[in-house]
Design a protein around this ligand. Structure first.
Ligand SMILES: *Cc1c(COP(=O)(O)O)cnc(C)c1O
Length: 360
C-alpha cells in the first residue's frame, strides 16, 4: 500500500502520474513498446519532449528569449557548468556567491576550481539558519554573475524574495522550483535537478537567457555546454528519455491541479500547519529564523535526541516514510514538495502530537 512519503529526494511523485506511467509502460500509445525503448530522435519522442517543454514554459510563464534545456548530470553537473559557461565573457573570471548552506557550499567549492569566488554574504557563523540581510551583502565589481541557492534543502532555509543584483542572477532551484509563481525575467539562469519537485532523478532543467549562451570558456567540456545543448534541442547526445517523459506527466498533473498559483497556496498551508504545530510544542524544535523558513523542507529536532530512532521507527510503522534528517545535521526532516498532500501533513502532525504525549 502507498504511504505518505516525506523523502527529501528522490521524492514522492503524484500517484496519478505513477499509475499513468504504469498503464503506458508496456504499450505506449499503442505502439507495442514503451516510451523508453524508442529513439530519442523519433518524431514520437520529439513530440513528448516538446510538449514537456511547452507545459513547463506555460507553468512558469518562461519568456521566449530563454532556452529550456533538459540535461543529464544532476544539479551537481550544473555547479561545474555555471562557471564553465559564464567565465569566458568580457568580465573577470570572478563570481559572487551567497553562502547559505550545504548546497551553496558545494557550488562555491566547484566554482573556485575555475576562477575567483567572492562570498557576498554567509550565514555559516549561525549554522546556516537564516538568509543574510541584502543590505549586508558585499558584491564585487565586475562579477560574471551572482549565484544563490533559493532553497537550502538540508538546512531548511528558503529565500523569501528574489535578490536584486546588477550582474546576471543564477539560481539553484532544485528543491523549490514550481512551488510558487516565479519572475523568470529577473534571472540569467535557473537550474534544478528533477528529483525534488519535478520528476525522477536523472534529468535536470536549465532555463537560460539567450544572451548568456556565448560566454563559455573556450575549453568547456561539450557535455556541459548550454550552447551545444540549446542548438541540439537538449539532444546532442542521448537524453534521459524516461525521466523526461515522466517529468512531462508531472507538468500535465500540475496544470490540472491549478498550476503554480494553486501549489503556492497549498504549500503555504502545508508548511504553516507543521511549523505552527512545532512552535506550539516544547518537545519539537525548528531553529531557522522565521522569515527564512523553507516551505519545502522542514528540519526539526526532538527534545531528546535519544528518541530519534524510536520516532523514525514508529513513524514508519504509522505509514509516514523517510523522516530521518540529513546525516550532516541530524534530527528529522519532513520534505513537503508539491506531490505531498495536505492529508500527509495532517497525518504527520497527528502522529507527532501522539508521540509527544507518550514520550514528552
Ligand atoms: C539535491 C540538490 C542538489 C544536488 O542534486 P543532484 O541532482 O544530486 O546533483 C543540488 N542543489 C540542491 C538545492 C539540492 O536540493
Amino acid at each position: 500500500m502507498r504511504q505518505f512519503n516525506f523523502c527529501s529526494g528522490p521524492a514522492a511523485l503524484p500517484q496519478s502520474v505513477l499509475l499513468q506511467a504504469q498503464q503506458q509502460l508496456l504499450d505506449w500509445q499503442g505502439r507495442g513498446c514503451s516510451v523508453m525503448e524508442i529513439s530519442h530522435r523519433s518524431p514520437e519522442f520529439i513530440a513528448v519532449a516538446e510538449q514537456a517543454e511547452q507545459d513547463l514554459r506555460d507553468l512558469l510563464s518562461i519568456p521566449r528569449h530563454y532556452k529550456v534545456l533538459f540535461l543529464s548530470g544532476g544539479a551537481t553537473a550544473q555547479f561545474s557548468a555555471v562557471p564553465w559557461n559564464l567565465f569566458g565573457g568580457d568580465s573577470f573570471r570572478r563570481a559572487d556567491y551567497l553562502q547559505t548552506g550545504h548546497w551553496s557550499n558545494k557550488a562555491i567549492a566547484e566554482a573556485r576550481r575555475y576562477g575567483e569566488v567572492n562570498v557576498v554574504a554567509t550565514s555559516a557563523e549561525q549554522n546556516f539558519n537564516y538568509v543574510p540581510e541584502a543590505a549586508s551583502w558585499q558584491a564585487s565589481e565586475g562579477a560574471a554573475y551572482l549565484h544563490y541557492t533559493s532553497n537550502e534543502t538540508i538546512h531548511g532555509v528558503e529565500f523569501p524574495y528574489v535578490p536584486e543584483v546588477s550582474c546576471p542572477l543564477i539560481a539553484d532551484m532544485s528543491s523549490n522550483i514550481l512551488s510558487q509563481p516565479l519572475a523568470v525575467e529577473k534571472f540569467g539562469v535557473i537550474y534544478a535537478g528533477a528529483q525534488k519537485n519535478i520528476g525522477p532523478s536523472g534529468i535536470s532543467v536549465v532555463i537560460v537567457r539567450d544572451d548568456l549562451l556565448d560566454r563559455a570558456v573556450a575549453e568547456i567540456p561539450r557535455s556541459l555546454s548550454w550552447k551545444v545543448a540549446a542548438d541540439a534541442g537538449s539532444m546532442d547526445n542521448t537524453p534521459a528519455t524516461f525521466a523526461w517523459y515522466l517529468s512531462g506527466l508531472v507538468f500535465k498533473w500540475l496544470k490540472a491541479e491549478g498550476g503554480v498559483t494553486a501549489m503556492a497556496a497549498l504549500n503555504q498551508r502545508k508548511s504553516s500547519l507543521l511549523y505552527d504545530f512545532i512552535d506550539h510544542s516544547n518537545f519539537y524544535h525548528n531553529s531557522v529564523a522565521l522569515s527564512s523558513r523553507s516551505r519545502m523542507n522542514v528540519p526539526f529536532t526532538l527534545a531528546d535526541n535519544k528518541l530519534d530512532a524510536l520516532f523514525v521507527n514508529e513513524a514508519t510503522e504509522a505509514g509516514l516514510l523517510n523522516l530521518k534528517g540529513h546525516r550532516s545535521v541530524g534530527g528529522m526532516r519532513a520534505s513537503l514538495y508539491n506531490a505531498v498532500s495536505l492529508q500527509a501533513v495532517q497525518a504527520l502532525v497527528a502522529f507527532m502530537g501522539d508521540f509527544e504525549q507518550r514520550n514528552g
